[in-house]
Design a protein around this ligand. Structure first.
Ligand code: GLN
Length: 507
């Protein structure tokens, strides 16, 4: 049993570290061993003991000097989409298989400065395109609850590493659901904040108007220091926000609003969520939703009502259109972002070629996997002369209308929106190989939130599947900049339930 597996939250580990019951270095050595001994060797794409131990020693120094913060010494790991100085950064692609970044992504630097200890890089779908972590050039990742199943994607490695107890937190990115969906499939908690609140600098771009980083952890309370540390204005990202509802976008913002919400809940006594209006969109409960997922969501909604919340039926009529709109806009942006990988400026270069055009063609065909090539083709097509108006512009209009629907609901009808994250529990590895569009369709409940740029999270709320051993996630969506309150609401639910405490070994 690893040392880390004795701690079920960042909070409990922090107490042990600060009481000097355990050192960050001792913990890091043990955690590295557990990561290396983990049976699924597709999970970690790069481990470097020396780099990890340097961070652990720095953490021990600040613990000794009593300058430690809430994350000092906490073992985490990064999705391989984040540039990390020293560790390889591949985006799970052959295109970047030997790439070592000369700098850290802003988010990676912020977490390092906060004293976290990174164990290395976690697999994801290639360039974050996918829903099962099978689109990695370096092998499919297994779901710790059932190794024949996918962990979700694209941040599948991040969710699997947290669920397996190898780290207490991990970074992910969410373009159309990639933090929330793997969190749901792996029974962990994850949050995608409002677009623009977390820096994208140093995160390999997929669809820039949608990409947003967010953390995954065992519970909502642990997400607070992680997201707080990751947040803040960054002049190096042109879409980074200087203010959030008039207040400066700085570290401390999430923590402060989380605490303010907690105090209000506290003051409300036995019904802490009294007055909270939960909007339940009827379009999220259509015939595509599996019965086991529907039942778990229903039970979660009842648990919220027992805490005093009120349930309001709402409608998000364009939910269906989120899929075509997203799968036009995201590939369009991807085709542009990925044009830089031409074997000259960035990425793999073919060994043999006849001329410049042939070199680009061969380098890109060899470097990119099938799904990435498919998206580039779709994206180039919808942006091409004659199709731009029919597809791309039309998709942008639909995006605006979807955002308006969410805004209307959150402004007039309810304070938060709740529903499923996914239509079913995690599928089997290989199931959708012949039918990639089936994966696209399963993103139906997460895409609209991304198109609208709203904050959304997933927390464990039950189990389903034939064996009743596959996690189910509840999605909670808030208004812009409401992530602190979302985390406090999720925490209240987790105080009243124990789904988040289940682990694959002791279900
Ligand atoms: N499954 C979606 C896609 O493949 C979302 C991925 C993501 O959020 N990165 O594009």
């Amino acid at each position: 049993m690893s040392l880390l597996s004795q701690f079920h939250s960042i909070q409990s580990l922090r107490d042990a570290l600060q009481a000097k019951k355990i050192s960050a270095t001792e913990l890091a050595i043990d955690a590295l061993q557990a990561a290396q001994a983990y049976p699924d060797n597709a999970l970690f794409l790069h481990i470097d003991q020396d780099l990890t131990l340097q961070q652990a020693q720095a953490a021990d120094q600040s613990l000794a000097a009593n300058t430690a913060g809430p994350l000092t010494g906490i073992p985490i790991a990064h999705k391989d989409l984040f540039a990390t100085q020293g560790w390889r950064t591949t985006a799970s692609s052959r295109m970047l298989q030997d790439y070592i970044s000369p700098f850290d992504a802003t988010v990676v630097g912020q977490l390092r400065q906060a004293g976290t200890v990174s164990l290395g890089k976690l697999s994801c779908d290639e360039f974050a395109m996918g829903s099962g972590n099978e689109n990695s050039a370096f092998g499919a990742v297994q779901n710790p609850w059932d190794p024949t199943r996918v962990p979700g994607g694209s941040s599948g490695g991040s969710a699997a590493a947290v669920a397996a107890g190898l780290v207490l937190g991990a970074t992910g990115t969410d373009t159309g659901g990639s933090v929330r969906q793997p969190a749901a499939y792996c029974g962990v908690s994850g949050i995608k904040p409002t677009y623009g609140t977390v820096s994208r600098y140093g995160i390999i771009a997929y669809a820039s108007s949608l990409d947003q980083a967010g953390p995954l952890a065992r519970n909502a309370q642990d997400l607070v220091p992680l997201l707080d540390t990751m947040s803040g204005f960054d002049p190096q990202d042109s879409t980074s926000l200087e203010t959030c509802n008039g207040a400066p976008n700085t570290q401390g913002r999430i923590q402060a609003s989380y605490q303010a919400a907690q105090s209000r809940f506290q003051a409300a006594g036995a019904q802490p969520l009294k007055g909270l209006r939960i909007g339940v969109p009827k379009e999220f409960f259509n015939q595509g939703l599996a019965a086991d997922v529907g039942a778990a969501i229903e039970a979660a909604l009842q648990a919220f009502q027992a805490l005093g919340a009120q349930r309001v039926d709402i409608s998000l009529p364009l939910t269906r259109l989120a899929i075509p709109a997203y799968y036009v806009i995201a590939p369009a942006e991807a085709s542009s972002n990925l044009s830089r990988y031409d074997g000259v400026r960035y990425g793999h270069r073919a060994a043999q070629y006849t001329d410049l055009a042939d070199m680009t063609r061969r380098s890109r065909s060899e470097g990119f996997g099938e799904e990435v090539r498919r998206r580039i083709l779709v994206g180039t097509y919808v942006l091409s002369h004659g199709y731009y108006d029919a597809y791309y512009l039309q998709a942008q209009r639909v995006r605006r209308m979807i955002a308006d629907d969410f805004n209307r609901a959150l402004t007039h009808d309810c304070d938060v929106i709740m529903g499923p994250v996914t239509p079913s529990v995690a599928r089997r590895i290989g199931d959708n190989r012949q039918d990639p569009i089936a994966d696209w369709l399963s993103d139906i409940y997460t895409l609209g939130v991304s198109l609208a740029g709203l904050p959304g999270m997933s927390i464990p709320c039950g189990f389903g599947g034939d064996t009743q051993q596959l996690p189910i996630g509840l999605q909670i969506v808030g208004h812009y900049f409401d992530e602190g309150r979302l985390l406090a609401i999720a925490d209240r639910y987790q105080q009243a339930t124990d789904w988040h405490q289940r682990t694959p070994e002791n279900i």
